[in-house]
Design a protein around this ligand. Sequence first.
Ligand code: UDP
Length: 249
Amino acid sequence: MKRQDPSVSLEQRDKLYEGKAKIVYATSDRNMVIQYFKDDATAFNALKKGTIVGKGVVNNRMSATLFSRLAKAGVPTHYIRTLSDREMLCRRLDIIKIETIVRNVVAGSLAKRTGLEEGTPIRQPIVELYLKSDPLGDPMINEDHVRMLSLATPVELAWMKRMALKINAVLRPHLLKRDLVLVDFKLEFGRGAGRKLYLGDEISPDTCRLWDRATREKLDKDRFRRDLGGVEDAYQEVYRRLVGEPTGA
Ligand code: UDP
């Protein structure tokens, strides 16, 4: 598949990587890639598979909106610009194999691990680290494991943790103004040109837990994971609150 971007005559090249929800293509600029957002959904380390119609459009547009908001607040992100409903031009990163999770409210694996009830507020946001590894099922790791596995330097890890809390401090009030409680979310960071660190991946209902402020209704991928129904409607509702314009889905 080839495409021309008229504004900078950027050409789409080979597929570099196909993941569960996105495809990454090389471009004629070696420092830039195109992220293509699919409607495919997986959960429980790909044991559950399905399609969420319109998800790719929502995740692409929502990520672009939030990356732009973060850039204004001084967070370096890989986002360059939106190319289409499902395509985003990004800096090419060497992704660090750590999933950084920030939590404001107990949910999911934290509820299971601690026995605390889902919905319990966390007074001071917490940051957790997981090894990004499908074959191992993304196990939780600590800073000593990061050093042992040479996943990131101590300086990089300190920056990632500081940035994760800053991102939370920017996104939490931004979302709350739109009646969305940011319960928890997953971040991925990577090294760009000159090993400079950037926030990568996406910020979407696939990677965040978002609850309606008044009703506590789940408006995220948990509707898919837990067979709650109304999955597409939830994604569209989040999109409406954050981006505003209709997706056409
Ligand atoms: N998350 C993610 N990808 C993963 C694991 C988790 O995007 O591979 C997100 C998830 O959507 C939630 C947060 O990270 O917003 C915390 O997930 P948790 O550890 O509770 O795991 P889960 O219960 O979702 O398996």
